[in-house]
Design a protein around this ligand. Structure first.
Ligand SMILES: Nc1ncnc2c1ncn2[C@@H]1O[C@H](COP(=O)(O)OP(=O)(O)O)[C@@H](O)[C@H]1O
Ligand SMILES: [Mg+2]
Length: 203
């Protein structure tokens, strides 16, 4: 069963040794030069698999990686049952605030471990039994600078603003959760987010 056909990847429900699983496959892009396209797809796949393992080691819940196939350009991972972070926030109420705070803590754990996600939006999170499971690391990387961290949080804020009436409340909770984990180091990042927004306003 096809779950989603995105710009870059196709996701299917499947089974792995009898367990519910998801296969994420990157199909070739015809408009890209073939050799270049191969490299790009392979490197995104490797990044995704490596960062999933690093995030797990940093205490962030991620799907279990069952298989990686660099020839077919696909990974097979655990199917995570639950709404996306976006769907959970859409429902509103006090549990949405708790989720926003949990999202902030997840961002903090990633950043504290030197990982930036690269596409840190609530659509790339699944809420399983009240806990955030982080997915879609293909645009991520290693960076512990305030700029890269600020870009991550800024993207999250933008996603909240564009989709949720209570975006300001949610972002406040995100920052609270982020500070819980990052402590003093959070200040420079939160400042950076403001700076990025100012830049956007005047250019
Ligand atoms: N392990 C998983 N378990 C359940 N659903 C998943 C899983 N991985 C992805 N999905 C669903 O598929 C969507 C797209 O997956 P994602 O990895 O974000 O691909 P894309 O790069 O196309 O954004 C997610 O938003 C989520 O709804
Ligand atoms: Mg995604």
């Amino acid at each position: 069963m096809l779950l989603k056909r995105g710009a870059e990847a196709e996701l299917r429900r499947t089974e792995f040794l009898g367990r519910p699983a998801v296969e994420k496959h990157r199909a070739p892009k015809r408009y890209r030069l073939e050799a270049l396209d191969e490299d790009l797809r392979r490197s995104r796949l490797r990044t995704e698999a490596r960062l999933m393992a690093e995030a797990r080691a940093a205490g962030v819940a991620v799907p279990i990686l069952y298989d990686i196939d660099a020839v077919e350009n696909k990974i097979v991972m655990e199917f995570v049952e639950g709404p996306t972070g976006k769907e959970a926030l859409d429902r509103g109420g006090p549990s949405a605030r708790r989720i926003a705070r949990a999202i902030g803590r997840v961002a903090g754990r990633l950043h504290r471990a030197g990982i930036v996600h690269g596409d840190l939006t609530p659509s790339n999170m699944i809420v399983r039994s009240g806990r955030i499971v982080m997915i879609d690391f293909s645009l991520g990387g290693r960076d512990d600078g305030a700029e890269a961290r600020g870009v991550d949080l800024h993207l999250l804020r933008e996603a909240l603003v564009s989709a949720h009436a209570h975006a300001d409340d949610y972002y406040r909770e995100v920052v609270r959760g982020y500070r819980e984990v990052m402590g003093k180091a959070a200040d420079a990042v939160v400042r950076k987010v403001r700076e990025i927004e100012e830049r956007g306003r005047y250019t």
